[in-house]
Design a protein around this ligand. Structure first.
Ligand code: ADP
Length: 402
C-alpha cells in the first residue's frame, strides 16, 4: 500500500510518499513560497535500487493546485522510478490542525467532514483554511484514493471537563466552544505507543507524561493510554515556554499593554506568538545558539534556559499529581531528542517523585529510542524520536484498510 501524506500550510505543501508494507519513505519534499514571485520545490527520492536523489528548483507556483500538480509530476517522473501513475497511490493522509469537538479520531474525508473542518475555522484561522486547500486539491487530483484527516487536537478529546474547561462565564463554552483543546496530538500519541512497546505493556495499561519540545512545545498527561491533560489550550500559545511563543502569562497582560504602552490587539498577538518565548528573553530561539551564548557568559541566554526548564519542571510535577502512578516520562522533538541539558534541568529535584536520571545515558547521542533513567528510577525516562508523518500514515492505513 502506497500512501501520500500531505501537510498543507498557508504558502507551503510538505509531502511524503510511503510504502506501508515496510513503512519506508519513497519520496519526501516540500513546495514553498506558493503564490510568491518565485516558489521553491525540493524533493528527495529513495528508490529501492539506487542511491537517494534530490531535486531542487525555483519556479513560480501560483497556488496549491499548481503546487500539488508539481508534486505529482515529480512522483510520476519515470526517471526517478518512484511511481508510474497517481493510481498507484492508495490513500492520502492530511494533517489538520483543529478538529474542535467534532473529531475525536482520525476520519475518512467526505463533504460533511469538509464542512465540519470549515466550521472550526474560527478556532484555527491561520491553519484550517490552508489545510482545507490541501484537501480540496487532493480530492480533485486523486479522485479514486480515499482521503483521511488526522487532527492535531483529536487525541486530547479524551480530556475530562475539569482539565478542558476554563473558569470563564460558561456561555463562552456553551455558545462559542471556548475551552482547552491541546495540540501535537499525533506526536504525543505516536511516542506514547512506542513507549508502551518499550515497556512491554499495552498502551491502555500505561500512565505516561509525554514531553514534546520543539519550536512549539507541549506536555501531555496520559492515563491508561488516553490524554487526560495537556499544556496547550484553546490555541497553541498556552503552557510551556516555546521558541517564540510565551506559554502561560497573566491574562491581564493584554490590558496593561493596551492601556499603558499603546499596543493594539494584532500587535499583542504578534508579540506573544512571534517575539516571546526564548527569543523574547534572549534574542535567540535555537537551543544550540543559546548554549553557546551561555558558555560565553550571556546572562539573558542563561535566564531563557532557566525559565524554560523551570516551567517544564513545574508542569511535569503537576502532571505526576494528575496521574498518581506514572510508568514513564518521554522526551521527544528537536529539543527533547537532542538536548541533554534541557532534559536534566527539567527533571532536576524530582528524586522524591521517583525520577532518577542516568547522566551518562542522558549524554549519549543517538537517533533511536532509548531509556535514560537509572536502574533505581521508579519512573522510567525515555527519549523517543517522534515521526508525525509515519504516525499520520499509520492512521491513514488503518482507515484505508478498514
Ligand atoms: P518544529 O516544532 O518546527 O517541528 P523541531 O521539533 O524540529 O521543531 O525542533 C526544532 C528545535 O529543536 C530548534 O529550534 C532547536 O532549538 C532544537 N534543536 C534541534 N537540534 C538540536 C540539537 N542538536 N541540540 C539542541 N537543540 C536542538
Amino acid at each position: 500500500m502506497k500512501l501520500l501524506i500531505v501537510n498543507s500550510g498557508s504558502s507551503s505543501i510538505k509531502f511524503q510518499l510511503l510504502a506501508m508494507e515496510k513503512e519506508n519513505v519513497l519520496a519526501s519534499g516540500l513546495v514553498e513560497r506558493i503564490g510568491e514571485t518565485l516558489g521553491y520545490i525540493k524533493c528527495t527520492f529513495f528508490p529501492d535500487t539506487e542511491q537517494e536523489r534530490k531535486v531542487e528548483q525555483e519556479e513560480p507556483v501560483a497556488n496549491h493546485h499548481a503546487g500539488m500538480l508539481r508534486v505529482i509530476e515529480l512522483l510520476c517522473d519515470p526517471k526517478k522510478g518512484i511511481i508510474a501513475d497517481t493510481k498507484e497511490i492508495n490513500g492520502v493522509g492530511h494533517r489538520v490542525v483543529h478538529g474542535g469537538e467534532d473529531f475525536h479520531q482520525t476520519t475518512l474525508i467526505n463533504d460533511a467532514v469538509v464542512k465540519a473542518i470549515e466550521k472550526n475555522i474560527p478556532l484555527a484561522p491561520l491553519h484550517n483554511p490552508p489545510n482545507l486547500d490541501g484537501i480540496r486539491v487532493a480530492r480533485e487530483l486523486f479522485p479514486d484514493a480515499p482521503q483521511v484527516a488526522v487532527f492535531d487536537t483529536a487525541f486530547h478529546q479524551s480530556m475530562p471537563s475539569c482539565a478542558f474547561l476554563y473558569a470563564l462565564p460558561r456561555e463562552l463554552y456553551e455558545k462559542h466552544r471556548v475551552r482547552r483543546y491541546g495540540f501535537h496530538g499525533t506526536s504525543h500519541a505516536y511516542v506514547a505507543a512506542e513507549c508502551a512497546k518499550l515497556l512491554g505493556k499495552k498502551l491502555a495499561d500505561c500512565n505516561l507524561v509525554t514531553v514534546h519540545l520543539g519550536n512549539g512545545s507541549s506536555m501531555t498527561a496520559i492515563k491508561q493510554g488516553k490524554s487526560v491533560d495537556t499544556t496547550l489550550g484553546m490555541t497553541p500559545l498556552e503552557g510551556l515556554v516555546m521558541g517564540t511563543r510565551c506559554g502561560d502569562v497573566d491574562p491581564a497582560l493584554h490590558l496593561f499593554l493596551q492601556q499603558n504602552l499603546g499596543f493594539d490587539l494584532p500587535a499583542i498577538d504578534h508579540m506573544l506568538n512571534k517575539e516571546s518565548g526564548l527569543k523574547g528573553l534572549c534574542g535567540m530561539n535555537d537551543l544550540r545558539d543559546i548554549h553557546q551564548a551561555v558558555a560565553a557568559g550571556d546572562i539573558w541566554a542563561e535566564h531563557a534556559l532557566d525559565v524554560l526548564c523551570y516551567r517544564n519542571r513545574k508542569y511535569l510535577a503537576s502532571f505526576l499529581a494528575v496521574l498518581g502512578h506514572t510508568d514513564a516520562i518521554v522526551f521527544t522533538a528537536g529539543i527533547g531528542e537532542n538536548d541533554p541539558v534541557v532534559r536534566r534541568e527539567s527533571l532536576q529535584g524530582l528524586h522524591n517523585f521517583g525520577i532518577v536520571l542516568d547522566e551518562e545515558l542522558n549524554q549519549k547521542r543517538s537517533r533511536t529510542a532509548r531509556c535514560i533513567s537509572a536502574a533505581t528510577s521508579k519512573v522510567k525516562v525515555f527519549v523517543i524520536p517522534t515521526n508525525e508523518e509515519l504516525a499520520i500514515a499509520r492512521e491513514t492505513a488503518r482507515l484505508v484498510e478498514g
